[in-house]
Design a protein around this ligand. Structure first.
Ligand code: TRP
Ligand code: SF4
Length: 400
C-alpha cells in the first residue's frame, strides 16, 4: 500500500485564473489519480489579512470550489473540503502554539515582507504572525507528507518541518518505552539478546553502520517476537523516538512561467489575469491588448520573445513547431504581434470552453458544491480526528 498522502490548500480568493490553473490546479488534478489527496479552501487563512471585511470569504469559497471542480478536481478521487468546517485544524494550531518559539514565526520571510509591503491593513496581529503555524496544523493534522506548493511557500514548509520535529522530540516518548524494550529483548533469548546489545552499543558509541545492519537482520530473523515488538526493538536500536507527526515535504510545483497581461505575476490583486470564466470575446480582447516586447514599437522592429510576456503563453500552449515560428518571425519582424497572439487566443479559448460548460452545469445544481464540501469535510474530520487522539494523548491531556 502506498502511504503517501498529499495535502494542499488555497486561500479563499474567489474565481480562479489561468495562473492558478497552470501553477497549481493542473498538478492537483494529476496527483488525485496517483495518491491519496486532500485539497481545501483555507478560509481562516483568508481571515488573517481580511479580518475587517470578511463578507467575500463565503462566496469566494463557493466560487473557488466551483472552478476547481470545473477544471477537473474529482470529489470521488480527492477529498475536497474547507478549513473552517474541520475544527481539528484550530485545536492543533492551539496545541502546536504551546511549543512554537515566537522567534521562529518572526523570522519567516513572508511575515516581514508582507508587514512591510501591505500598508493599508494592520497586520501586527497574533493571527497574522501565526499564519505559518496554522498552515503547519493544516498539514500535519492529516500526517500528509507531500505538499504541492509553489516556491513562495517553501519557507512555510520549512517551519512546518521544524515544528513537527520539535513536537516529536518533546512528545514522541512512550512512557516506559525503554523498560518495554528491555523486557522484549529477553524474549529473544540469551544469546541473541547479548548480541543485540553489543551491536547496539557498537552503533551507539562508534556509529558503526555495519553493526546496525547486523542488529537489524538479527531482529528481522527473530521468530519469538511479534511484528510490533520487532518494530520496537528496531526503534530502540537507534534511539529513534516515535514519530507522531511526520515532517512534510514540499512537492515543488514546476513553476509555470505564465505571467499576467502586463508581464508581472498573474494575480487577482494586479487585475492582470484571465479567469477560467472569462468569456471568449474578453479573452480575445485581453490578449490583443497584452504587453509585448517594448522594442517592437513598430511592426517593422524586430523583437525578442524572451522579453515578451506573450512568449510565456506560447511556452504553455504551443508545440515546438509553433514556437520556432514565433522565434523566427519575432526576431526578423516577419510576423506582427497580433499574428503571434492569434493562436494563443484560440488555444486559451479551447482550453476554457469545456470548463465553462461545466461551470454552468455545476451552477445549475444549486446545492452541488455544498454537498461536495459537506462530504469532503466529513471525511477530513475523521482523518484529522485520528491524529488528534494521538496528539492529545501524547501531550498528556486527560481522557474521559
Ligand atoms: N499559504 C498557502 C498559500 O498562500 C495556502 C495554504 C494554507 C496551504 N494552508 C496550507 C498550502 C497548507 C499548502 C498546505 O498559497
Ligand atoms: Fe511578443 Fe510575439 Fe510580438 Fe514577439 S511577435 S514581441 S513574441 S507578441
Amino acid at each position: 500500500m502506498n502511504k503517501d498522502r498529499v495535502l494542499s490548500g488555497m486561500r479563499a480568493t474567489g474565481f480562479m485564473h489561468l495562473g492558478h490553473y497552470h501553477g497549481a490546479l493542473k498538478n492537483w488534478i494529476k496527483l488525485q489519480s496517483e495518491l491519496e489527496c486532500f485539497y481545501f479552501v483555507a478560509d481562516w487563512h483568508g481571515l488573517t489579512s481580511h479580518y475587517e471585511d470578511p463578507r467575500i470569504i463565503a462566496s469566494s469559497t463557493f466560487d473557488m470550489v466551483t472552478d476547481w471542480l470545473a477544471a477537473g478536481l474529482d470529489p470521488n478521487q480527492a477529498t475536497i473540503f474547507m478549513q473552517s468546517q474541520v475544527p481539528q485544524h484550530a485545536e492543533l494550531t492551539l496545541l502546536l502554539g504551546m511549543i512554537t518559539p515566537l522567534g521562529w514565526l518572526e523570522r519567516v520571510p513572508t511575515f516581514k515582507e508582507q508587514q512591510e509591503n501591505i500598508k493599508d491593513k494592520d497586520l501586527s496581529t497574533y493571527g497574522f504572525l501565526g499564519y505559518p503555524l496554522m498552515q503547519t496544523a493544516d498539514i500535519v493534522v492529516y500526517r500528509a507528507n507531500k505538499v504541492p506548493v509553489g516556491a513562495d511557500q517553501v519557507s512555510h514548509l520549512e517551519i512546518s518541518r521544524e515544528i513537527a520535529r520539535r513536537f516529536n522530540h518533546i512528545y514522541g516518548r512512550e512512557a516506559g518505552f525503554e523498560e518495554k524494550a528491555v523486557a522484549t529483548l529477553k524474549k529473544l533469548g540469551g544469546k541473541s539478546a547479548k548480541e543485540y546489545e553489543s551491536l547496539k552499543a557498537a552503533f551507539g558509541q562508534d556509529g558503526n553502520v555495519e553493526s546496525l545492519d547486523k542488529a537489524r537482520a538479527l531482529i528481522a530473523a527473530a521468530g519469538s517476537i511479534s511484528g510490533a515488538e520487532k518494530e520496537m526493538l528496531q526503534a530502540f536500536l537507534t534511539g529513534a523516538r516515535k514519530v507522531i507527526l511526520p515532517e512534510p515535504d514540499a512537492l515543488l510545483t514546476p513553476t509555470s512561467k505564465l505571467v499576467g497581461l502586463d508581464g508581472r505575476k498573474m494575480s487577482k490583486s494586479y487585475g492582470n489575469g484571465i479567469d477560467l470564466r472569462e468569456p471568449p470575446a474578453s479573452v480575445e480582447q485581453k490578449i490583443k491588448r497584452m504587453t509585448t516586447d517594448p522594442k517592437r514599437a513598430r511592426r517593422t522592429d524586430p523583437g525578442n520573445p524572451d522579453d515578451c510576456p506573450v512568449w510565456t503563453l506560447h511556452e504553455v500552449y504551443s508545440d515546438a513547431a509553433r514556437k520556432a515560428w514565433v522565434r523566427e518571425g519575432c526576431t526578423t519582424a516577419g510576423i506582427g504581434c497580433l499574428e503571434c497572439k492569434q493562436p494563443i487566443i484560440e488555444a486559451v479559448n479551447a482550453e476554457l470552453a469545456p470548463m465553462q460548460v461545466r461551470i454552468k452545469e455545476i451552477e445549475a445544481k444549486p446545492n452541488y458544491v455544498k454537498e461536495v464540501l459537506g462530504d469532503g469535510c466529513a471525511k477530513a474530520r475523521i482523518a484529522a480526528e485520528e491524529t488528534m487522539r494521538e496528539v492529545r494523548d501524547a501531550m498528556g491531556l486527560a481522557k474521559l
